[in-house]
Design a protein around this ligand. Structure first.
Ligand SMILES: NC(=O)c1ccc[n+]([C@@H]2O[C@H](COP(=O)([O-])OP(=O)(O)OC[C@H]3O[C@@H](n4cnc5c(N)ncnc54)[C@H](OP(=O)(O)O)[C@@H]3O)[C@@H](O)[C@H]2O)c1
Length: 326
């Protein structure tokens, strides 16, 4: 029996949906994975009372004792062999990942910021300590891109990977297209109100979130270390005006924030920049908060993946797929 005892840090958009899906699909998981036994032992949160309320509100009938404000409940429990980090940020989240490796627990994270910053060291330490790292959720939320690249594209060469990897930016650009009277500030405000953009939206609109994701993808496609996001050109959408959108529309084009990594003779060209997309490109059909990734492979030609690049349920599905692979 593969016994997985989970200690999870965070019960926000992603964390609460992991608990919800594991709870609601417990019987289905038992049936489809009869040799795997999954238990969530603790969920570390900042505020236990509000988290219990949140769980009740979402219809997740888990014991109140699962929630803890004391991280040591997780670290001191010798049965816990899997840490899920869904706190976000690069401070505490990074400490949690390092401690999980040090204490020889497998780790699953949705945190592209930490991986882009410290992934090389994390993967190397994990290997030394024989610890698995699941990070499917760190790029494009619910789209199964990491496993697809590692498994299906393992043989032969990927020549280029390109994508729309930030749902917030795509939502804002689509909104500008559909509502010519709105300004950049209006669509940013709307994205914040709908919960797509953070109150400090810089990571999204300045392109750094997209850059972190293409760094991770590039490292897998081209079997290289995770490139530093400061080592390649990154431009976001902050300079996109309603006029630029209207001018593109006159030429039957759309503006999209595109990340790409392309094999050159002896190097990989990586960039993040807004591009004018014509009607014959698959990217033209990507509207709202969706993501799309196009992989170019020497034998497969062009493979396109499109779907929910963010959102609690979609992202939780990627985490659960990582749990089931342990
Ligand atoms: N949301 C998405 O659609 C999405 C998609 C792909 C990847 N991700 C990644 O997933 C991760 C989590 O994102 P999210 O949207 O779920 O974030 P979130 O909604 O802000 O949730 C973060 C959670 O972490 C908790 N937390 C913060 N500091 C803590 C501490 N010291 N101890 C215990 N818990 C603490 C927060 O508690 P409080 O509620 O008390 O503050 C909250 O429950 C991030 O790395 C993000 O980049 C998210």
């Amino acid at each position: 029996m593969n016994t997985i005892r989970i200690g999870m840090f965070g019960f926000g958009t992603v964390g609460s949906n992991i608990a919800k899906i594991l709870f609601h699909h417990r019987k289905e998981i038992e049936k489809k994975f009869p040799h795997t036994n999954i238990t969530v032992k603790y969920i570390a949160v900042r505020n236990k009372v509000s988290s219990i309320e949140k769980a009740k509100h979402a219809g997740i009938e888990i014991s109140e004792d699962i929630f803890t404000e004391n991280h040591n409940d997780i670290w001191n429990d010798p049965e816990i062999n899997c840490i899920i980090e869904v706190i976000g940020g690069t401070g505490l989240a990074k400490d949690i990942i390092y401690k999980a490796i040090e204490t020889k627990r497998n780790i699953i994270t949705a945190n592209k910021a930490v991986l882009a910053e410290s992934g090389n060291e994390i993967f190397s330490l994990a290997k030394e300590n024989n610890v698995k790292i699941g990070y499917e959720a760190s790029v494009a939320g619910g789209i199964p891109i990491i496993k697809t690249l590692k498994n299906h594209f393992a043989i032969g060469s990927v020549t280029r990977i390109e994508g729309i990897l930030n749902g917030t930016c795509n939502y804002m650009l689509s909104n500008l297209e559909n509502n010519p009277l709105l300004s950049y500030a209006d669509v940013l405000h709307d994205a914040q109100e709908k919960g797509f953009a953070e109150s400090n939206p810089s990571a999204d609109v300045d392109g750094w979130d997209t850059a972190a994701k293409i760094s991770i993808l590039s490292s897998i496609c081209f079997s290289q270390k995770i490139p530093k996001t400061t080592d390649f050109p990154v431009e976001g959408i902050a300079n996109i005006t309603a006029k630029k959108i209207a001018d593109a529309q006159k030429d039957k084009k759309k503006i999209r924030l595109i990340a790409s990594a392309t094999q050159q003779n002896t190097s990989i060209d990586i960039r993040v920049e807004p591009e004018e997309i014509s009607q014959n490109s698959p990217f033209y059909s990507v509207n709202g908060a969706d993501n799309m990734i196009i992989i170019h492979h020497e034998y497969l030609g062009q493979i396109v993946l499109k779907g929910a690049g963010a959102g609690g349920e979609a992202t939780a599905m990627s985490i659960i797929s990582d749990i089931l692979e342990l």
